[in-house]
Design a protein around this ligand. Structure first.
Ligand code: PLP
Length: 361
């Protein structure tokens, strides 16, 4: 069997969720969109179900997958319904929906639900992607709050640059949000992972952690954030071949790496078809048998090559860690000029193996 696999530590996921909720000081939506950032939405939601105040997903398909798996916590559609004919399903499955565009507001107003709906009304506080403008928002907030077809309204907004700790844009967005919700006494929701970890002055009743649940930092590696997250995924594989490379010979497609001296090379069953970045440069860190070393040569579809010259015991079958505690997914992402978000969501073909929590807490 191909040895490429992702070990998923569900206890670490639970610890990160509880940390996010504690940092937020209120309730927390566990964001499990995009198959829980590549970690498997159903298994992750099942592990978090005893403690999660709600789950966040990108679309109704993701919500129904969780309902079919028996998850009965509240589930919030983070972008709302994408077509008006999803409203009966939202109603029937008791989903919560964001309303972020004027057309959604009209469709919602025209619909008569079986049971009053829970709505999160989104303000565009400066990101300029989704959300009602401040001019539209106040009136809509009042109208929905008075509407008997609506069970409750939460005011929300989303931060564009919270991962930039030297930018004042988050404070500007927060001020816009505060002004727009000044006369509203219902619940608010503002914080994503970087806001929870990096902007303790920004508070809201509901927080919406995604990336941090999976133990990955959204910040550049030199950010002054204490290391408090537990990594959830360890991506690993094994050496399937080793070979001696004479000085002056190159390895792999495009001969991108030439041995400056005689070297020993290990071939790992892991490639870009598994989601490992194709553009990983020579020198991207990996562990072989627990020892740090580096990739050499171009990443292929199903394989990559590593330097094992200094690792005398490394041989066919040696275990290789591509990311986990060390090197972290965030470190690998930065070296490969991508983000930890894209790195984790990009995982494919590898089987996820789950380690259950020792106790549900
Ligand atoms: C994806 C998403 C989040 C989670 O963001 P992270 O940076 O992963 O914590 C929060 N809110 C909304 C609206 C989202 O779409």
């Amino acid at each position: 069997m191909r040895p490429a696999r992702a070990l998923i530590d569900l206890g670490a996921l639970q610890r990160n969720y509880l940390l996010a909720r504690q940092l937020g000081g209120g309730k927390a939506v566990a964001v499990v969109k995009a198959d829980a950032y590549g970690h498997g939405a159903v298994r992750c939601a099942q592990a978090l179900a005893p403690m999660a105040d709600a789950f966040g997903v990108a679309c109704i398909e993701e919500a129904l997958e969780l309902r079919e798996a028996g998850i009965d916590n509240p589930i919030l559609l983070l972008e709302g319904f994408l077509e008006a004919d999803e409203l009966p399903l939202i109603d029937a499955h008791g989903l919560w929906t964001v309303v972020a565009s004027p057309w959604q507001l009209t469709a919602l107003t025209d619909y008569t639900p079986r049971t009053p709906l829970t709505v999160w009304l989104k303000l565009d506080s400066g990101m300029h992607r989704l959300g009602l403008s401040p001019a539209q928002f106040g009136e809509a907030l009042q109208a929905l709050s008075r509407d008997p077809k609506i069970a409750s309204v939460t005011a929300m907004s989303h931060l564009a640059r919270a991962d930039e700790l030297d930018s004042d844009f988050s404070a500007t967005q927060h001020a816009v949000f505060e002004a727009a919700t000044r006369d509203f006494d219902g619940p608010t929701s503002f914080n994503n992972s970087p806001a929870l970890l990096g902007w303790p002055g920004i508070r809201s009743d509901w927080v919406r952690p995604g990336l941090m649940l999976y133990g990955a930092s959204p910040f550049p590696l030199d950010a002054p954030i204490p290391h408090v997250l537990s990594p959830v995924m360890q991506l690993e594989s094994r050496l399937i071949a080793v070979r001696d490379l004479p000085a002056g010979e190159a390895v792999g497609y495009g001969a991108r790496f030439t041995a400056p001296a005689p070297m020993r090379i290990g071939v790992v069953a892991m490639g870009y078809a598994d989601g490992y970045p194709q553009l990983a440069p020579n020198g991207t860190p990996v562990l072989v048998d627990g020892q740090p070393t580096r990739t050499v040569g171009r990443v292929s579809m199903d394989m990559l090559t590593v330097d094992i010259t200094a690792l005398a015991k490394a041989d066919v079958g040696s275990r290789v860690v591509l990311w986990g505690s060390r090197p972290s997914a965030t470190e690998v992402a930065h070296i490969c000029q991508t983000s930890p978000y894209a790195l984790l969501c990009g995982l494919k073909r590898v089987a996820c193996l789950y380690r259950d929590p020792e106790s549900v807490g």
